[in-house]
Design a protein around this ligand. Structure first.
Ligand SMILES: Cc1cc2nc3c(=O)[nH]c(=O)nc-3n(C[C@H](O)[C@H](O)[C@H](O)COP(=O)(O)OP(=O)(O)OC[C@H]3O[C@@H](n4cnc5c(N)ncnc54)[C@H](O)[C@@H]3O)c2cc1C
Length: 601
């Protein structure tokens, strides 16, 4: 077995053989890349993840973040690893050469990020929020703001964070109370409080740039009245040097069940009436501005979840081969056998394999759509890839995080009592992973987004774009010997999914409350459909490779394994989707009847 973070044979198969990153090299933006350079980047990222990030992950879990008098101190070991991350150019690899980036395809960027997340989520959270903050400034900032902040952010000298959540404004972003009062010089005085802000305070970087949502005094209530502000922790002078502190005070850090090396800060702005913010993206355009950051982050959080699930799977696989219990199935006596020999353990491992490999491929597919949306020459293609990114965002976020967490919990089960003990890494992975279904919009909010927005948007064109892609994989697989039957079965499930999606769309107008009560089951079904799509597409490639002949023995095993994985998922997991779709069709209305008073306590 290679590293226990990510099966790189499988990841390479997805990026090179199935999803063909090489398609991108024909475009000017990615013309400096080749399969060799992509491979080199994967190897370099693996070394950093395995040698620098992974060994300090459990140290961060034990040390946690210290808080004293407004300062948050990250685990000491994080500093050196972060420095190597920055020196390796990993803070902004996908950014343009103009800003010091490497114009790396998003596909490759995501794959490497998954390695880092699997190795040390807490440390990665600092860097990925920094990236989103930089992206907002790059896209929406004035030239002055870009020259003031961007180089420092992309080089990792400054960290970044996104400040939305307040005590009364969690999922309900429109309830934000933090105020912005216009100053004569065009800046704003910020006043308010936020909590749960990842990297809201830390000693990892020389400065922090808060991208903050607030309401300019007098602007309308709700999300429409929100604006976005750049609020540096330490003000930055025009020549780039650091000035006065900016009256952003960290009032404490949370003590969490996991992700303990990440500083989750409560913040007070303007207690001394001297917190200065710069408007970015236009007054009243805060949600549009912030949404750019949030959409990117939602896919990133999906990667975070599945990266940890993937590591949990590899740890469980390793353990299941080592741990011996019981005798061979059907025997009364004999030597103890590795637990991987037992049918229930094997099924657990196979479920983890299906979801971690299927969702990783889905995330890489979504990444390719991000790349194609940017480089595609004609507007119709841009629209198609944009639609696919839109509809895949909640599926990637929900699927990556729910299935990633399931894999962590299943891994604990495979470890038995050892899995419940702190010496074994899977226990930390499960605690760390849980947050991924909560932040960046809880998965309940993702489900609402899929049902209420994404499957209806632009006359259901995003939904249709997704269905077209899935149907083309099914159609091709129907012509492949050995896969035709599975493809036909999947086609039946997909037709039923299309039918139920239509029913739900209609019900949004007829009885929205009841329709939304199905949002999470519907999202979960969409995740399974997406996994089946990716696994069938992989099985098709694997079958062709085997047919071509000449594969090395290890590759033959690998390709056969891909075919078996798809076969299992379509035959054993997808039929359960039928039952769940039937339940939605039936539209039982107990949810309407069972009001609060019936939950008797
Ligand atoms: C470790 C950590 C790091 C975080 N980092 C950041 C950060 O960097 N920046 C930031 O701004 N925030 C951050 N958050 C906050 C996080 O985004 C919120 O916790 C999350 O959005 C949910 O808000 P809430 O906790 O107030 O829960 P609530 O909004 O109160 O939700 C509670 C439950 O109700 C459900 N619910 C609420 N409204 C609806 C609805 N309309 N429909 C269906 N279900 C609904 C939710 O799905 C959830 O299950 C972080 C939180 C944690 C714990």
């Amino acid at each position: 077995m290679g590293n226990k973070l990510m099966d790189l044979r499988d990841a390479r198969f997805a990026i090179f053989e199935q999803l063909k990153i090489s398609d991108l090299f024909a475009y000017e933006k990615f013309s400096d890349y080749s399969e060799d350079t992509v491979d080199l980047a994967i190897n370099t990222a693996e070394k950093l993840a395995v040698n620098e990030y992974y060994p300090i992950n459990s140290i961060g879990d034990k040390t946690g973040v210290a808080y004293s008098d407004g300062k948050a101190t990250v685990p000491a070991e994080f500093h050196a690893a972060y420095k190597k991350f920055c020196e390796g150019g990993w803070t902004a690899p996908a950014e343009s050469y103009d800003y010091g980036g490497q114009q790396m395809p998003t596909m490759l960027n995501y794959l490497t990020q998954m390695l880092f997340f699997a190795a040390n989520q807490s440390l990665m959270v600092y860097t990925c929020l920094t990236h989103s903050a930089g992206k907002v400034i790059e896209i929406f900032g004035t030239e002055e703001q870009k020259s003031k902040y961007l180089e420092a952010i992309w080089s990792g000298r400054y960290g970044g964070c996104m400040d939305l959540t307040e005590p009364e404004a969690g999922s309900d972003v429109g309830a934000i109370k933090t105020k912005a009062i216009p100053n004569p010089d065009g800046t704003y005085s910020i006043k308010g409080n936020k909590l749960f802000i990842s990297q809201g305070e830390s000693d990892l970087t020389e400065n922090l740039v808060h991208i903050l949502l607030a309401r300019v005094e007098g602007d309308p209530e709700g999300t429409k009245g929100l604006s976005c502000f750049i609020v540096p922790k330490i003000r930055v002078n025009d020549d780039g040097s650091l000035g006065e502190p900016n009256d952003v005070f960290c009032t404490g850090v949370e003590h969490k069940m996991g992700m303990k090396g990440s500083a989750t800060a409560s913040l007070a702005y303007g207690d001394n009436n001297s917190c200065i913010g710069e408007l970015i993206g236009g007054r009243g355009k805060g949600i549009v501005t912030m949404f750019h950051m949030m959409n990117e982050q939602r896919i990133v959080v999906g990667m975070e979840g599945i990266a940890m699930g993937s590591s949990a799977y590899l740890h469980a696989l390793d353990f299941a081969r080592e741990r011996k219990q019981g005798v061979a199935f059907g025997q009364r006596t004999g030597p103890q056998v590795p637990i991987i020999e037992h049918p229930d353990v094997r099924r657990n491992l196979l479920m983890m394999k299906c979801y971690t490999e299927g969702i990783r491929a889905l995330l890489l597919y979504a990444a390719k759509c991000v790349d194609m949306q940017e480089v595609a020459a004609d507007e119709a293609a841009k629209q198609k890839y944009g639609d696919l990114v839109e509809i895949l965002t909640p599926i990637c976020k929900g699927g990556g995080t729910d299935k990633g967490f399931d894999a962590c919990i299943t891994a604990i089960q495979v470890f038995g009592g050892y899995g419940y003990c702190q010496e074994y890494y899977v226990e930390q992975l499960a605690r760390d992973c849980k947050i991924t279904s909560i932040y960046e919009g809880t998965n309940g909010i993702q489900a609402n987004d899929l049902l209420g927005r994404k499957i209806v948007m632009r006359g259901a064109s995003a939904f249709q774009a997704l269905i077209d892609e899935i149907q083309s994989v099914i159609a091709a697989a129907k012509g492949i010997e050995g896969l035709a039957g599975y493809a036909a079965d999947f086609g039946v499930f997909l037709d039923k999914f299309i039918e139920t999606s239509g029913l739900l769309r209609a019900r949004l107008n007829e009885n929205g409350y009841l329709a939304y009560s199905w949002a999470t089951p519907y999202l979960s079904i969409a995740e399974d459909i997406a996994v089946a799509w990716m696994l069938l597409s992989q099985a098709a490639v694997a079958t062709e490779k085997l047919k071509a002949g000449g594969a090395l023995e290890a590759d033959v095993l690998f390709y056969e394994s891909k075919i078996k994985t798809a076969k299992f998922f379509i035959s054993s997991v997808l039929p359960q989707v039928m039952g769940r779709l039937d339940a939605i069709d039936k539209n039982d209305d107990t949810i309407l009847e069972i009001e609060d008073k019936y939950f008797i306590d």
